[in-house]
Design a protein around this ligand. Sequence first.
Ligand code: THG
Length: 369
Amino acid sequence: MKNFSIAKSRRLRATPYTSRIEKQGVTAYTVYNHMLLPAAFGSLEESYHHLKKNVQIWDVAGERQVEISGKDSSKLVQLMTCRDLSKSKDGRCYYCPILDDEAGIINDPIVLRINENKWWISIADSDVILFAKGLAIGNKFEVKILEPNVDIMAVQGPKSFGLMEKVFGKKITELKFFDFDYFDFEGAKHLIAKSGWSKQGGYEIYVENIESGLKLYDRLFEIGKEFYIRPGCPNLIERIESGLLSYGNDMDNGDNPFECGFDKFINLDADINFLGKEKLKKIKAEGIKKKLVGVKFDIKEISLSKSIDLKDESSNIIGELRSACYSPHFGKVIGIAMIKKPYCEVSQIVKAEINNNICTGNVCDLPFI
Ligand code: THG
């Protein structure tokens, strides 16, 4: 497949780390929240093996924050998500589907409760700020909504713990999954969460003080030499094997959270008000009509740039393959597919045209591992 370069402009925003990753050998970009997001540093498969053994620094500044503060901020954040935040705590992260009034997914961010009157919504790729502003205007909420200058640097991989301890001390190793706290680097405070878009463990540094953040970036690479540190980025193979969903790829506004397996983040019985609640009750009573599942194909190569129809053995379309890659772990192609009921049961046979061949695959559970 021929590749094309990306035409940069002000609209397609660079990050404070862009000049660094370009010196360090970034080879592909994608666009995320109107911003450059690195997609490869050479071979995806080599990066995958490295990530599973060592530590990588990722420029994930494209994961923008929507800051909502003010008297009605809790009300507005709750209005946007089906996850019950009434007992949420300061210093915690919450993975929250954001829904519209028809229960269609708008985004699947991590919500950070800075305090009761200040929240950061760490968004996937859709314009949540416009949705939030519209809701605030329509409801006459007393809130301030803005995109602060926060540029996340992720430190991912099993050696991230040793590396971060060397820079921030023992206290950082005591941080629990999805907790965040403030840590000092040469006199500057940085919000650091134990989170990240890989299942290999690690941290995300929400850099507000960019001068200090860039020093920290360079320091991590210096100290990281002994941990075989490399620059990296969200890895397609690792994230599919781990079942981390990608908004816009695996699900979009045409899907509801039950269809995407977000059941544990849906609180219909809580005494809270959110968009799509009545619709979700109806969907729950009637049952879903399609579901996100895993599929496996006994082939060695795939490159997806749009969804591929999935058919049953009588050539009826039963769903679509939305993301896929070759998995070194399984030695075959694995993918994430939206499949109609009743075809979404494990072991259902699916047929797809891949690399000009008709291939046969099987439905399986998510996550794969
Ligand atoms: N980090 C931050 N912001 C983000 C992402 C991130 N914004 C965009 C995108 N990624 C949001 N999507 C996800 C999807 C999954 C997870 C995090 C963000 C995730 N899920 C865990 C899992 O599935 O095991 C935990 C979910 C839970 O149980 O609460 O980590 O990566 N800052």
